[in-house]
Design a protein around this ligand. Structure first.
Ligand code: GLN
Length: 543
């Protein structure tokens, strides 16, 4: 048992979407800037085991960890903002907890007892938290409880963290509550009542918040802070303003630091509050604020209307742009609505009108909008526009190449046409790869070896890399020689299975697709080389 790890529990009140995930990630980053180590757990109150089966319309992007867990996209923020190494243990759902308890009950582990929410469900929740706290040498474990206090679903989680506070005491536990302080009058007067009600609700569940993080449109004035302090039973200095940031989420840690968040946290634990040391982060922010160039990238997908469906892609593009001193303009293109319907497949007309410098085709599932993506790829290949295809983006690129360069007119993926005569993309089961067990997705990190002399090898500046996957279909290996004879270079290969991980074109300014998702490993302080180079090429081609 690790006797020193301190727990920081973050709950949310009043309403959702106040930025709990990003403020948790920001606190992690600031604490690391003070020299501490940490890990972060997200607890989601839904009954799904994980978001892997949920539509992006329901849940935004599914973020994949190195060990192949399909998790909430907040884990993406934690990994981008901090150095925490996250695994499947860092993403907990009500579904997982119940599944575990019911499996044990069926095995007879409870020896005739009645299995109940308290203690059996709450004990399982606590066990998961202590597992992470004890398995790593960390100073802090940050735990973000999904949902809003008052939801029926989150009550067992709140009860579990109440018990941990009771067991470990104030010196090892801190409760942060994120609330909203709206301004509703014409004069912009801030209202503390929703916060008071939310804290009351939390107190009914036995949690007394130590810090209130108050989301508001400007710094809380003295009178509001003292009112909140009085009614919510905490020192005035523990009422922290979390001011709306309109420019970039990467400005949030700075704002929270200026408003005293990290120092108040350290003070609670009686820890020294030395100077904050975040030189790389500061460098990133300075470049972000002072771009010298501009770049316009089209993301061609099917969940374009949703802010969060391609979250990691958008963030990785920003990291790549900042690495090139450039301001990024993302043009979101719906491959079905825009290319197929509005422009009747004439991708050239659309992209010329939009004045884009590069095209990115993200991952996806199902055949809606696929022909629009193929039209976009065709345009990029013929016109020398930088193209970056990711996962489904690689698969659609192989289809386009097979049809229009290799002359296999009906080439397709088995995902889109199960009876196609020329499945250039297919399931592994059909490919007789002996090492492969089959049945499920290829998830998490796999090794990719780069072909010597290839562009991808030069970009990574290393012979191989571990990159994260989330897909069922693969390039069908029996078509590999045909594709290569026609000029497609298979420049990244998985050494265990021989599967194609990267394709590129030698004659094109920048035409690279990956079967894996490089976006999951890009950070502001460590932009992914493929994103940085794609942006560099897009800026140069423009000239
Ligand atoms: N639908 C494709 C597959 O399952 C691609 C998945 C993805 O892009 N993540 O292989």
């Amino acid at each position: 048992m690790n006797e020193t790890t301190k727990f920081i529990f973050i709950t949310g009140g009043v309403c959702s979407s106040l930025g709990k995930g990003i403020s948790t990630a920001s606190l992690g980053m600031l604490l690391e800037g003070h020299g501490y180590t940490l890990s972060v757990i997200k607890m989601d109150p839904y009954i799904n085991i994980d978001p892997g089966t949920m539509s992006p319309f329901q849940h935004g992007e599914v973020y994949v960890t190195e060990d192949g867990a399909e998790t909430d996209l907040d884990l993406g923020y934690y990994e981008r903002f901090t150095n925490a190494k996250l695994t499947k243990k860092n993403s907990v759902s009500t579904g997982q907890i119940y599944h575990e308890v019911i499996t044990r009950e069926r095995r007879g582990d409870y020896l005739g007892k009645t299995v109940q929410v308290i203690p059996h469900i709450t004990n399982e929740i606590k066990k998961r938290l202590f597992d992470v706290a004890n398995s790593e040498d960390i100073d802090f474990l940050l735990v973000e409880i999904g949902g809003t206090v008052g939801d029926i679903e989150s009550i067992p989680f709140i009860e579990a963290i109440r018990q941990i506070r009771h067991e470990l005491g104030r010196s090892r536990v801190l409760n942060v509550h994120l609330t909203l302080v709206p301004s509703i009058t014409v004069a912009g007067e801030q209202k503390s009542k929703p916060t008071q009600h939310s804290v009351k609700e939390l107190m009914e569940l036995g949690i007394i918040p130590d810090i209130l993080l108050c989301r508001s449109n400007r710094v809380l004035p003295e009178d509001i802070r003292s009112k909140i302090s009085l009614f919510c039973n905490l020192p005035e200095e523990n009422v922290i303003s979390a001011v709306d940031i309109m420019d970039s989420i990467y400005e949030i840690p700075d704002m929270l630091h200026d408003n005293g968040y990290d120092t108040t946290v350290l003070k609670h634990f009686g820890l020294k509050t030395g100077a904050l040391k975040i030189p790389e982060w500061k460098k990133f922010i300075t470049t972000l604020r002072n771009p010298k160039k501009k770049v316009r990238i089209a993301v061609v997908g099917k969940y374009i209307s949703l802010q969060d469906a391609y979250r990691s892609i958008y963030e990785a593009l920003i990291h790549g742009a900042v690495a090139n001193d450039a301001e990024l303009d993302i043009v979101r293109i719906d491959s079905e609505e825009d290319i197929e319907k509005k422009y009747k497949g004439n991708a050239k007309a659309l992209f010329t009108k939009e004045k884009i410098n590069g095209i990115l085709i993200p991952g996806g599932f199902g055949n809606r909008g696929v022909e629009g993506k193929i039209a976009a790829i065709h345009f990029a290949r013929n016109e020398g526009i930088p193209l970056f295809g990711i996962c489904l983006g690689l698969q659609t690129t192989v289809i386009e190449f097979a049809r229009n360069v290799c002359g296999i007119k009906d080439a397709n993926s088995r995902e889109f046409n199960p009876t196609t005569k020329n499945p250039v993309i297919s399931l592994l089961e059909e490919q007789e790869i002996v090492e492969y067990k089959g049945g499920t997705m290829r998830l998490g990190a796999y090794q990719c070896n780069f072909l010597e002399g290839s562009k991808v090898h030069a970009i990574y500046k290393q012979p191989s890399a571990m990159e994260r996957h989330r897909h069922r279909f693969e390039v069908t290996l029996k078509f590999r020689s045909t594709l290569e004879e026609n000029g497609l270079i298979c420049s990244g290969i998985n050494p265990q299975t021989g599967l194609v991980e990267v394709i590129e074109l030698g004659t094109h300014p920048w035409f690279i697709c990956t079967q894996y998702h490089p976006e999951f490993k890009s950070k502001p302080t460590k932009p992914h080389p493929l994103f940085a180079d794609f942006i560099r090429a897009s800026i140069n081609v423009k000239k």
